[in-house]
Design a protein around this ligand. Structure first.
Ligand code: HEC
Length: 259
């Protein structure tokens, strides 16, 4: 019996250690105090709006976001741009539409109902333009990567010179957080790259934070609603528990008095 117990304890210790080894790369990620974390978490509107600016001015030249339409930028729980702002944003883009009555395709300014314009017509074209690497669509990228928002942020600030002796292939950059430490995307951010319309100082880490915030919303547009529903369910369960408790007391008190 005692030996058995000893084996159990050993097994638990081994399990704890092996899970530590398995998830070791996670602990190295830079952890941010995201406003959307936790059960009461909410997105920071200003950060979402700045993040959209970084996406559209920097990342959108290589990365598509096929699942988003311009009108999403005005929806509740998102960046919440006003309707006029959304219309102006959409009108900045040229959309290929058609065919018209002559059978020709034509271009027109974007409307809020249009999908985000993609930088490349297809995956092959995007790979040809990026040295054979595919810049992944960013609509749900935060959910597709282990470590989520912390991973994306860490990756964006994780460029550095390779350690001596590290053999870096041509057209590949060293990044502390990328699998195998090699990434075919050069560092997309540098201090002062965008000029924020709200006057925030556009440091590299500020832009990385804002664009990650924006990408997190894109991948989970209903996060705030989900948190709200969660609270409603908890309050409902508390009330239900009280009701059940008091009706049970009442029922039993009758039985007790009948004795
Ligand atoms: C010049 C084109 C270009 C620009 C601009 C660019 N990227 Fe990339 N990005 C790429 C390519 C190419 C890859 C694929 C890299 C690879 O597989 O090695 C990539 C991959 C990524 C990945 C996935 C890494 C992984 O784990 O596989 C993330 C996240 C990312 N980019 C974020 C961004 C963000 C955020 C911006 C804007 C601030 C941005 N990128 C701007 C070309 C670009």
């Amino acid at each position: 019996m005692n030996i058995n117990k000893f084996i159990y304890i050993k097994l638990i210790i081994i399990l704890l250690f092996s899970s530590n080894i398995l998830f070791a790369s996670d602990t190295k990620l830079i952890k941010q105090n995201w406003s959307f974390k936790g059960v009461t978490g909410k997105f920071d509107r200003s950060s979402l709006q700045r993040g959209y600016q970084v996406y559209t001015e920097v990342c959108a030249s290589c990365h598509s976001m096929n699942l988003l339409s311009y009108r999403n930028l005005g929806e509740k729980g998102g960046p919440e741009f006003s309707l006029d702002q959304v219309k102006a944003i959409a009108a900045n883009f040229e959309i290929t539409d058609g065919p018209n009555s002559d059978g020709e395709m034509f271009t027109r300014p974007g409307r809020p109902s249009d999908k985000f314009v993609s930088p490349y017509p297809n995956v092959q074209a995007s790979m040809a333009a990026n040295g054979g690497a595919y810049p992944p669509d960013m609509s749900v990228l935060v959910k597709a990567r282990k470590g989520g928002s912390d991973y994306i942020y860490s990756l964006l600030v994780g460029y550095e010179d390779p350690p001596s002796g590290f053999k870096l292939d041509d057209g590949v950059y060293y990044n502390k957080y990328m699998d195998g430490n090699q990434i075919k995307m050069s560092n997309p951010l540098s201090d002062g790259l965008v000029s924020y319309s709200d006057g925030t100082n556009a440091t590299e880490s500020q832009m990385a934070k804002d664009v990650t915030h924006f990408l997190t919303w894109a991948a989970e547009p209903h996060l705030e609603n989900r948190h709200k529903t969660g609270w409603r369910v908890i309050i409902f369960l508390i009330i239900l528990t009280l009701l059940v408790y008091f009706s049970m007391k009442k029922v039993w008190s009758r039985i007790d008095s009948e004795k």
